[in-house]
Design a protein around this ligand. Sequence first.
Ligand SMILES: NC(=O)c1ccc[n+]([C@@H]2O[C@H](COP(=O)([O-])OP(=O)(O)OC[C@H]3O[C@@H](n4cnc5c(N)ncnc54)[C@H](OP(=O)(O)O)[C@@H]3O)[C@@H](O)[C@H]2O)c1
Length: 332
Amino acid sequence: MKTICTSIIGFGAIGQGVAEVLLSKKEYLESLDLDVRVIAVVDSRGATIDPAGVDLAACLTRKRETGTVALEKISGLEVIKTLDHELVIETTPTNIETGGAGLLNMMAAFETGKDVVTSNKGPLTLKYRELQKAAKASGSKFRFEATVGGSMPVINLVNEVLAGNEVRSIKGILNGTCNYILSRMLEEKASYTDILAESMELGIAETDPSYDVEGIDTACKLVILANALFGLEATYKDVEVTGITKITPDALEMARENGYVIKLIGEVSRERLLVAPRLVPINHPLAVGGTLNVASVETELAGEITVTGKGAGPIETASAVLSDLISIYREC
Ligand SMILES: NC(=O)c1ccc[n+]([C@@H]2O[C@H](COP(=O)([O-])OP(=O)(O)OC[C@H]3O[C@@H](n4cnc5c(N)ncnc54)[C@H](OP(=O)(O)O)[C@@H]3O)[C@@H](O)[C@H]2O)c1
């Protein structure tokens, strides 16, 4: 049995989802000869640490009941730098201006020879090359399927399942909040503002939804795909971005009368990175509704491959984190 000592840095929706999945998949992991031992769980106020393995169920309860897992006042960065472990699961908030704590955490993980699995887009959007270089220099593994499309496989699909294919373009819906708003506007013939308010009440949209509805979140995901799958050196500035804030119920209705839906589509190819509302034929594979994500990969040998799935949610996103973890250690 191989023991993998890991930290979970960030214990919000996704960090807790990862803890739940590690608990529920313990036996399955053991069947793969993997004993995943979480030696530290960290939130913004501190950490629970136990080199023999923290009690994840107790961490989940404590977080729920007290709002924190902090038993010790120590930061994620200190945990990464000072505690002996091989994997950092990085699930702190996305910051696309500076990379936030996530960037420092990932760099520190690589500098100390640790592997990283993350759901945090910010650092990859800003410093993809630098992160890959740091990982390579220390021989660390770096996986980030959860940063694009939550549970929906895209990065590993292209890099592994479709290995050998030249990828010509990827087009898709990579933001569930925008897709929900557009789908509901059409169903209810309601205005953008009304449906946005409903989405906030349901917790589908953030209190500050601009990151989603202005297309910024989709643009960040395109940057990750461009760098990870097309070998480009793209940054956010390379993406032409238009959001959904100006779409009217009339426009959606007119599109429907002509057999189309309007969707916020992100498209990446070697030539162009584009986020914009576009007309999609009603029966086209990209015309998925609700909060679903979808990605259509145009390949050289396999033709077009389309995947769809839940782009967000704690357990769904943790599924991508789990599969990255398994891929790293099953390889060894
Ligand atoms: N939610 C989704 O469905 C989803 C899907 C795909 C990707 N993602 C990405 O996954 C990441 C986590 O998302 P989330 O929804 O779990 O966010 P969240 O609920 O806001 O949780 C973030 C966690 O990070 C902690 N944190 C903040 N600053 C920290 C620091 N400096 N050191 C250590 N911990 C720190 C927070 O602590 P406190 O608890 O003390 O505030 C919280 O536990 C984000 O980058 C997000 O973009 C999310």
